[in-house]
Design a protein around this ligand. Structure first.
Ligand code: ATP
Ligand code: MG
Length: 137
């Protein structure tokens, strides 16, 4: 069984669709085994997105991710990493397949509703940034 790390980003929290997004996870068979609401600091957002530090959109990304509260969660299930990426859809909501979270709840690549780990290795790193072992069930 696999775990992945997921974020409901500030735009989706602001749109009041946390429950609708959690429902997508549950209907797909992903179990929420840890969850909390947090408001990121710029330092923590920068650590989380360290791989993008040299990208032109890095400062905007950190600004967006610190603009309001987010939900962070660990999802567990068979092929959880890939399954969650399928549920999310393409990074750019304009290119996301119909019925995906980003197609249904986001408009812009810079505010695209959700994050999901891109590999099991990334998942382990990202889970460790937000959760201790005793917070995961
Ligand atoms: P995430 O890591 O958030 O799950 P992703 O893996 O689909 O998204 P990445 O390439 O890791 O996409 O980019 C991280 C985030 O940076 C994207 O979710 C998006 O919000 C932002 N981003 C990516 N490309 C651009 C861009 N060209 N302009 C603005 N923001 C971007
Ligand atoms: Mg990514």
């Amino acid at each position: 069984i696999e775990q992945t790390f997921s974020i409901v980003k500030p735009d989706a929290v602001g749109k009041n669709v946390i429950g609708e997004i959690y429902s997508r996870f549950e209907k797909a068979g992903l179990k929420i085994v840890a969850a909390k609401m947090v408001h990121l600091s710029a330092d923590k957002a920068g650590e989380f997105y360290a791989e993008h530090r040299e990208r032109p959109f890095f400062n905007d990304l950190v600004g967006f991710m610190t603009s309001g509260p987010i939900m962070v969660q660990v999802l567990e299930g068979e092929n959880a990493v890939a399954l969650n990426r399928d549920l999310m859809g393409a990074t750019n909501p304009k290119e996301a397949a119909a019925g995906t979270i980003r197609a249904d709840f986001a408009e812009e690549v810079s505010a695209n509703a959700v994050h999901g780990s891109d590999s099991p290795e990334s998942a382990r790193r990202e889970i460790g940034i937000f959760f201790s072992a005793d917070e995961i069930f």
